[in-house]
Design a protein around this ligand. Sequence first.
Ligand SMILES: O=C(O)CCC(=O)C(=O)O
Length: 227
Amino acid sequence: MNSGNLNFFARNGLLKLPAFHSRARLSAIKARVLDQLKRSCEDGKALRKLPVFQQITRMSSRISVHGAQEALLTPDLLEIISQVGGREPAAIQQLQFLLSPPRQGAWTLGGLNWHVDVKDEVPGHTPGVQAFFLIDDVEPHGGATQALAASHSLKNEGSHSRSRLRSALKSDANLEGVLQEFGLTMLEMSGQVGDVYLMDMRTLHTPSINDSDKIRMMATSRCLMSW
Ligand SMILES: O=C(O)CCC(=O)C(=O)O
């Protein structure tokens, strides 16, 4: 990992590794996901009656591909994760698929579910690095995870604190205005099959609506550091 990428991750809490995995590696996983989706005879109409983000949880929880974790979280990638995270992960959570049905509705910045997945933090250190894998191409507004670049380094106090940002994001305030005020930019983890995104787990992120015609197919794994 070159120092440019390390600095980029330290500044933004995010890093894209384009074409990290080959299409061939991913096409085997994608075929098995599609096969399992076909076999699980859940009624598509029932799925669509759920709120949009619950559709993701329901659809994803039905899928598990033997060997996918080892195929995606390779020693090379773990080495990069250790470098950006400042030390080797102490625990790695089970790979989770992130699948969204197509045509969930009009894409919007409203009503998103901004959150972080870690509670305890030692100031100045990343508590974990989460990897996001594109199992298929995901176009912009195609349901990719959204993240707020640089939100990992917001302070706990003051007018631009993380808690103030979280309240502002929960309110009906105009999101673009809030981001402008905090000097943050939104990064959409769209791209090509094989791309990998790494995210400092203090970064605010959210699922988003898939308004494209294809299933959003991603997977994620959380690598937790101990201090
Ligand atoms: O893209 C998604 O569905 C949301 C992912 C997410 O929030 C997470 O994995 O913590």
